[in-house]
Design a protein around this ligand. Structure first.
Ligand SMILES: Nc1nc2c(c(=O)[nH]1)N[C@H]1C(S)=C(S)[C@@H](COP(=O)(O)O)O[C@H]1N2
Ligand SMILES: [Mo]
Length: 418
């Protein structure tokens, strides 16, 4: 049956990208329900009382597939690896805590919050040890901000496209409301010396993850986070306290934080020399490359979510940047030959994932969907080739190139390079 397309007047870019206002006018919804009689479609009421209440809310059994996946850990270890946020099944900017990605270098330590202390020492006047309880008495701030592993999307640096999903390729980014004590408040409390330039943060896990943080960042917007989405941090996300460095590579947000050593120079730990440095094609490596680049991802349609025949669809996803607010997202359905502007959902918050959406009229033919984000610093998400330019062999951190999903005639999406 030929697809009758009555959206031609709504086009803003090639291969069916419709006007940014299309959904706002309510036309999209009428397409979905047009031929269904409302009375016939109404669901029956239950004839018996419903189930009991639970003390720990779980999702509907019909949503049982929405879990962190895939999980991969190094052979022979207890949890040294990653679990990924199922981005293709989520909508909105907050990641439910149970689905926040996790990255551990030596599993999840079991920490008794009553025993745990954060030592702040080094170039300070009053070295101090803070318990969880004592930190709860300091001023706190809330930050709704993303956390992204610098290894996220690294699979897209491979010479040939790796089959995968939004989660398996890009699921090392999540967004939470983080509440905690500004690091500036704690540093003021202990009194830092004039010679102070860096703060070396150390975790209580067996990996003793340690990163040197420039003092400017520590005094600017860094926090010692105690709460995540309204409850205590989850064990995998740093319970009972973690460093949270807005917009910076996840690695530097040291979990299970037990020590902050104020110094006049970086400590050159294993986590900032052998790892988390970026080899260039001239043989030199860049170090302390903290901010995450501007990036976006179409989460629907995406691999595993197939289209059920020609028609109007919402192309939706998220965009984020370590440099501030997202100002614009563009979507292409023709592999980047033409671009249309997507609608940003809600107010774009700084250093926070920003949902976007645009209407797309799929004619049932092959299409290649791309999204491209812009941020308030003026940065634009680069093409894959631009994102790879200048990199040395094996360099895969901080990859923020444009993702392309090929849609085939059966409506299945797959990872491709354009
Ligand atoms: N102590 C400690 N902190 C850590 C890590 C770790 O293994 N140990 N992993 C780091 C890395 S590589 C990332 S990307 C983030 C992940 O935070 P999440 O697991 O809460 O998502 O934590 C960072 N902080
Ligand atoms: Mo990471």
């Amino acid at each position: 049956m030929a697809y009758h397309d009555d959206t031609v007047g709504e086009r803003q870019a090639g291969n069916g990208i419709l006007s940014r206002r299309f959904f706002l006018r309510g036309v999209g919804a009428s397409i979905a329900t047009a031929s269904v009689g409302v009375a016939a479609a109404r669901s029956e009421s239950m004839m018996a009382p419903g189930g009991p209440m639970t003390d720990d809310g779980s999702p509907s059994p019909f949503e049982a597939h929405v879990v962190r996946s895939p999980i991969s850990s190094a052979a022979g270890t207890t949890g040294a690896g990653v679990s990924r946020t199922p981005l293709q099944h989520l909508t909105g900017l907050i990641t439910p805590s149970r689905l926040h990605f996790e990255r551990h270098h030596s599993g999840i330590p079991a920490i008794d919050p009553g025993q745990h202390r954060l030592a702040v020492h080094g170039l300070v006047s009053r070295p101090s040890a803070f318990s969880v309880e004592s930190l709860d008495r300091y001023p706190m701030v809330s930050r709704i901000q993303f956390l992204e592993c610098s290894g996220n999307s690294g699979a897209c640096t491979a010479p040939n496209p790796v089959p995968g999903t939004a989660a398996s390729l890009h699921g090392l980014v999540s967004t939470s409301e983080w509440i905690g004590v500004p690091l500036a408040v704690l540093l003021d409390e202990v009194g830092i010396d004039d010679a102070a330039r860096w703060v070396v943060a150390e975790g209580a896990d067996a990996a003793v993850m340690s990163r040197s943080i420039p003092l400017d960042k520590a005094l600017d917007d860094a926090i010692v986070a105690l709460y995540q989405n309204g409850e205590r941090l989850r064990p995998g996300n740093g319970y009972p306290m973690r460093l949270f460095l807005p917009g910076w590579e996840g690695n530097a947000s040291v979990k299970w934080l037990r020590s902050l050593d104020v110094t006049d120079r970086p400590a050159m730990t294993k986590d900032e020399t052998s790892k988390y440095t970026d080899l260039r094609d001239d043989g030199l490596a860049e170090q302390f490359t903290f901010p995450m680049g501007v990036k976006s991802l179409i989460t629907s349609p995406s691999p595993g979510l197939s289209l059920e025949g020609p028609g109007v669809y919402a192309v939706s996803g998220i965009a984020w940047s370590g440099a501030g607010r997202i100002t614009r997202v563009e979507v292409s359905a023709d592999g980047g030959r033409s671009w249309g502007e997507a609608e940003l959902i809600g107010e774009a918050l700084p250093l926070c994932s920003t949902p976007f959406r645009v209407a797309w009229s799929w004619d049932g033919g092959e299409a290649t969907l791309l999204s491209r984000a812009y941020d308030e610093s003026g940065a634009v998400q680069p093409s894959r080739s631009a994102a790879l330019a200048g990199r040395g062999p094996g360099s895969f951190y901080h990859y923020n190139g444009i993702q392309a999903w090929r849609i085939d005639a059966a409506g299945e999406a797959s990872n491709v390079y354009v």
